[in-house]
Design a protein around this ligand. Sequence first.
Ligand SMILES: [Zn+2]
Length: 225
Amino acid sequence: MTDSHYLVYLNAVQGWANSFHRDLFPSGAPYDPFLLASHLGVSVQEIDLKGVDGYVESFKGDYRVFLSSRAPFVRRRFTLSHELAHVIFMRTAKRGGIKDSYLVRYRRNGLPTSEFQDEKEERLCNAFAEEFLLPTDVLRQRGFSSDLRPCQILGVASEFRVSMHAAAVKFSRLFGRHHVVSSLWSLKTPWPMAAWWAGNVLVQEKVANQIRHGDPRAISKKLCI
Ligand SMILES: [Zn+2]
């Protein structure tokens, strides 16, 4: 795929996300990928997977997404959104809307391998998932400044049901011209641990509550360069 093709598809995935928001979620966030799957006629199963978060397969013309039941809830939401983008790409390609054969990928018989993956398509599916779960324009309209507090990142993560890491990455893109550093540490562990590493929503929510209520066991530090 050429870079210009990539940019065309990048606009397309953002347009898909926007139209789903408009049609399926008139009252706004959180944007539920399970509802989107149902709208697209894609079945979703959560099963015990090792080493992967999920995959999509074609079965007699239907698409089925399998998600790891081991993954945290916010991760399953992201993975499902990503896999649904693969489905939309494959359906669009079948209808002739996409000429580029690189965009057709089937992950047959279980675990996906790199043989069935295309790096640019993966990036596009990630872009769709990011935009679907946490729309850029909606965030922009909130009027956040680059003088961002950790509780604002946590508030957005909680409202949009995305990971703290995903919310932080989105903010960093929104304020691309500024360098924003925000670190969040939990002191409830045997030694201070970055909350980003916990990967556990309950832990993240506990830390967020501690910060909101001024609990000294949670410390936060923000540095704008
Ligand atoms: Zn993928």
